[in-house]
Design a protein around this ligand. Structure first.
Ligand code: SF4
Length: 238
């Protein structure tokens, strides 16, 4: 079932892809349902680390960099292993590159990530603090928009939208935005998503996307969001 975005946000619609009647899209209700849906699921790495006490902007920045193209199940223990050795820019910058690569064992691209972590640790140690803006963060070596937004949101508590593959896929399936790339989805969300949900979006949609609204054959038949979601582009589901 395909519908226009304005219609999805404002009015009840006819049946969805699997014959379920749709309610008007209500973002507050969607977030209440999302919290329920992911309550028993493992948290995304950044948020699990935050809740384990690794909540400083520097720790969140390093964890976000390590998490790029790496599974949460690997990111969390690797970060815990690394932070047991170094938790500050000065301590991290003092590590030997070979030692850092060894500590990153298991993540993707350990050598380039070690070089990026050492470089940005030196930059931050020299500046005296982690930059608290998107522009400042993206000026650090190895830091792109997704890492910068996660650091701002989770590390500083500054509203920022971080769009990964899960966020991109799910908000487009909802019919909440219609965007072809994660970058366009980030801009489209910035125009419609209330700021109070900018940080929470990633926290909820990563586990939701891994376990419920999966890339292939999402679990629509048992999904709590079935009456809100327009199931845009879903041709096969469980
Ligand atoms: S699992 Fe199905 S109903 Fe639930 S959000 Fe994903 S596409 Fe929509």
């Amino acid at each position: 079932m395909i519908c226009c975005r304005a219609c999805c946000r404002s009015a009840a619609t006819a049946d969805g892809a699997d014959g379920v009647d749709k309610d008007p899209f209500d973002i507050d209700l969607v977030f209440r349902l999302l919290r329920q849906a992911v309550a028993g699921l493992p948290k995304a790495a950044m948020f699990a680390l935050r809740d384990a006490g690794y909540a400083s902007p520097f720790e969140q920045l390093v964890a976000a960099l390590i998490s790029a193209r790496t599974r949460d199940e690997t990111t969390t223990p690797v970060c815990e292993r690394l932070f047991a050795v170094a938790r500050t820019p000065a301590a991290m910058a003092a590590l030997d590159e070979t030692e850092l690569v060894r500590l990153l064992h298991g993540v993707t691209f350990p050598e380039p990530k070690a070089r990026d972590i050492l470089a940005l640790s030196r930059q931050i140690a020299a500046a005296g603090a982690v930059p608290a803006t998107m522009e400042g963060l993206q000026a650090l070596r190895g830091v792109g928009p997704k890492i910068a937004a996660l650091t701002l949101g989770v590390g500083f508590g500054v509203p920022a939208i971080s769009v990964d593959i899960h966020v991109h896929r799910i908000v487009n399936r909802w019919g909440y935005v219609a965007a072809a790339t994660p970058e366009r989805t980030m801009r489209a969300l910035g125009a419609v998503l209330p700021e109070r949900y900018w940080i929470e979006l990633n926290e909820r949609l990563v586990p939701f996307g891994k376990h419920i609204c999966t890339g292939e054959r999402p679990r629509c038949s048992t999904c709590l969001l079935i009456r809100q979601c327009r199931q845009v582009g879903v041709t096969a589901s469980r």
